[in-house]
Design a protein around this ligand. Structure first.
Ligand SMILES: [Zn+2]
Length: 709
């Protein structure tokens, strides 16, 4: 999340951000944050440091002793033999220690300005290189993918250590731990915060081979997940019936979960399908799934008895049939857990090079999220043990007319419902926005409807460029003030449709945040937001008012209550999934030499424990392993806790905007806070730290509105 040079500030869209299968670019960022120190310090370091400390104090006075000690320690943690011998080290320190305020200010200002240029131009190159892939500009040729995949900033951290610009920062500005930021950060000036963010850029010096190993592990597990399809027409029940239509190929877990969601519309027939999908998921988690059925339409499989036979129907292209596997039920040999174990073994290699966050779990919580793991757990626990869970569950049972079954963690019957059909909305939008230019021209007007003054609305609009997207749309902020934010939106030949408009308003919300948090923040070293969840909350806030922008009535109380209950139930589900993800990572750190089979057993036990504690009392069934099904757990490196935290932040931002009345000025005020601790950002915005209270209070009200009590 810190602005390590060259990262893309793209937000992968999403209406349903928090359950989107796209993981945000934030993961890429945090992986690159793992740029870091180790190898034992050269033997001369200690005596050099003693000499240097005396020399610096003699030159700049006793008042600089503490700074000198800190700087020498910080440089010493990262200096390697190839950076120079004792004489080179001593020359470097004596030449680059800023021992008076004027020199320090000059250094700070110049670094800030030049790093903004570096970030901005690297980002500009990235944006240009991805243009053909991102925009609707005709065919993508193979070499376009080469440009799109190129990261000009990949070696910047290495370069900055090699040319010693990183050491100059470490010599003069403080590295901090999350604990220090939490304890002392409230009392720091904005300039102190900017200095902390400056130093953080160089808090790691990870060797290239370690970064490569991490990237390879990620690539391999991503590949494994990307091919994990189930051919649904080849699932058979006890009577040999095929419940799913031919050619249906579902990717685990996203498509399987979405199948469960859509089956609610089919009543009793849907129920049989849902039970079967649940059975498939459980076999994946426990790895009792036959190897032969993974991405193979050549066999039929009864997931209940686990019987496998050569198929009697051909619904797929013959090339999809796997010819190298036998039609037996020999189980998948713990490959799922072998992948996870490889992820762990790769990221663990970076531990010695990250002195302020020495485990991957620390890096995820202390650096990427900046909320301590223990507090995150407590927030999840507060949601999971809330009495509102049982009340919501009861409401769901009433609506379903049956007791809950485990797959109902994905219940999707809370629906706002609309007075307008999609076709009616499409017609209204197409008339209003026949082209992307028409939308671009209307941005000032849209922003004024949110309560921005005409001056502000024009100013923000002038900082947004609308481009025709190849996909559904995304927002790409700028990396420096001289650049503009880009809103990528899809406009059909017949004009913009409602879905495109809804996404455009969301992405425009990102652009508005990006403009304020870059151009109006007091220090560009603090540009941005604490983490992805904050910009998503602001984007969804504007998106939620899209109907009003069309001159139609917004969602009424009933519709809002349905939406809140849907979010609450999704948070309840994903908080448990996140606890399993966190549990598995702790298990791996506790069992560094485990085999994939042992990790399988460990993870399955964790999934059961979380279920038994938080779900069994509601679902009246024990030892369910479903919470272990998420694919993110295998290929996204402890990413899942972001989802429930995101829901909580979304409700906090929403509640604050309701209190404030007009969105515009309040949006600007909160966005200008920039990239400080999540709790500080939220306290500045709402008077409270990050937490689930706003979500729980909204749910309480929603249950009343929905007639649950
Ligand atoms: Zn978004």
């Amino acid at each position: 999340m810190r602005h390590i040079v060259g990262i893309l500030f793209i937000c992968a869209v999403m209406a349903a951000l928090l359950e989107s299968q796209e993981k945000s670019m934030d993961t890429t960022k945090s992986n690159s944050t793992q740029a870091a120190a180790s190898a034992p310090a050269p033997s001369w370091m200690k005596s050099s440091n003693a000499k240097l400390e005396s020399a610096l104090v003699a030159k700049f006075g006793e008042s600089q002793r503490a700074r000198a000690q800190r700087g020498l320690h910080q440089v010493g943690e990262f200096w390697r033999a190839e950076d120079g011998d004792a004489a080179a080290y001593e020359d470097f320190v004596l030449a680059n220690f800023a021992g008076d305020q004027v020199t320090l200010d000059t250094m700070f200002n110049r670094y800030q300005r030049l790093l903004e240029q570096l970030d901005g131009h690297m980002h500009e190159i990235n944006r240009e290189f991805r243009q053909q892939q991102d925009l609707d500009l005709g065919p993508v040729l193979p070499f376009d993918e080469g440009f799109g995949g190129y990261d000009p900033a990949a070696h910047v951290i290495d370069d900055f250590f090699a040319n010693k610009l990183a050491f100059t920062v470490l010599l003069n500005f403080p590295l901090t731990t999350l604990d220090e930021r939490l304890q002392q950060g409230k009392n720091w000036s904005r300039r102190q915060w900017a200095e902390v963010r400056l130093a953080e850029r160089f808090s790691k010096r990870i060797p290239a081979d370690v970064n490569l190993a991490i990237a390879q592990a990620g690539g391999e597990s991503g590949q494994y997940i990307a091919q994990y399809n189930i051919w649904m027409h080849h699932l058979v029940d006890q009577q040999g019936q095929r419940l799913f239509p031919p050619k249906t190929r579902l990717l685990s877990h996203w498509n399987l979960r979405d199948e469960i969601k859509s089956d609610y519309a089919e009543g009793q027939a849907g129920l049989a399908k849902q039970r079967m999908v649940q059975q498939v998921m459980e076999r994946i988690v426990t790895q009792t799934i036959p190897q032969a059925v993974v991405d193979n339409p050549g066999v039929d499989w009864n997931p209940f008895t686990n019987e496998v036979k050569p198929t009697t129907v051909q619904d797929a292209d013959p090339s999809a049939v796997k010819t190298d596997v036998k039609a037996t039920n020999a189980r998948e040999p713990d490959t799922r857990y072998a992948m996870l174990l490889k992820d762990y073994q790769a990221v663990k290699k970076a531990d010695p090079y990250s002195p302020t966050a020495p485990t991957f779990i620390d890096r995820r919580f202390d650096e990427d999220r900046e909320i301590p793991e223990a507090r995150v757990k407590a927030m999840f626990d507060q949601v999971l043990t809330s009495p509102l869970v049982a009340q919501t569950a009861k409401l769901i049972e009433t609506r379903l007319g049956r007791p809950l079954e485990p797959f109902d963690v994905w219940y999707n019957g809370f629906r706002p419902g609309s007075k307008y059909t999609e076709a009616e909305l499409d017609a209204i939008v197409a008339k209003k926005y026949p082209t992307a230019e028409a939308y671009q021209k209307d941005i000032p007007n849209i922003l004024m409807q949110f309560g921005f003054t005409p001056e502000k609305a024009n100013y923000v609009a002038a900082n947004i460029i609308v481009d025709p997207a190849r996909g559904s749309g995304h927002a790409m902020g700028a990396g420096m003030r001289a650049e503009k934010a880009h809103l990528r939106t899809r406009v059909e030949k017949t004009g913009m449709n409602y879905k495109g408009f809804n996404i455009a308003v969301h992405e425009m919300g990102h652009n508005v945040e990006q403009t304020f948090s870059l151009n109006e923040v007091d220090y560009t070293l603090l540009s941005g937001v604490p983490n992805n969840a904050f910009t998503e909350a602001l984007a969804m806030l504007l998106q939620g008012h899209d109907l009003e922008l069309l001159g139609l009535p917004g969602p009424d109380a009933k519709a809002q209550a349905e939406k809140t209950l849907n979010d609450f139930w999704a948070t309840y589900e994903i908080a448990g999934v996140a606890l399993v993800d966190m549990g598995a990572w702790h298990w791996m750190y506790d069992h560094p030499n485990a085999t994939p089979e042992q990790l399988n057993q460990g993870t399955v036990q964790i999934a059961k424990d979380v279920w038994n504690r938080y779900y069994a009392p509601v679902f009246h069934k024990k030892d369910v392993v479903l919470l272990g099904i998420y694919s993110h757990m295998i290929d996204s490196f402890l990413y899942l806790p972001d989802y429930p935290i995101g829901h909580m932040i979304g409700f906090q931002v929403e509640e604050q905007m309701q209190k404030a009345g007009a969105i515009g000025p309040e949006f600007e005020r909160v966005a200008k806070m920039g990239d400080v601790l999540p709790d500080l950002w939220m306290e500045n915005a709402s008077g409270k730290p990050v937490g689930p209270d706003a979500l729980l209070e909204a749910t309480q009200r929603a249950l009343v509105t929905a007639g649950a009590k």
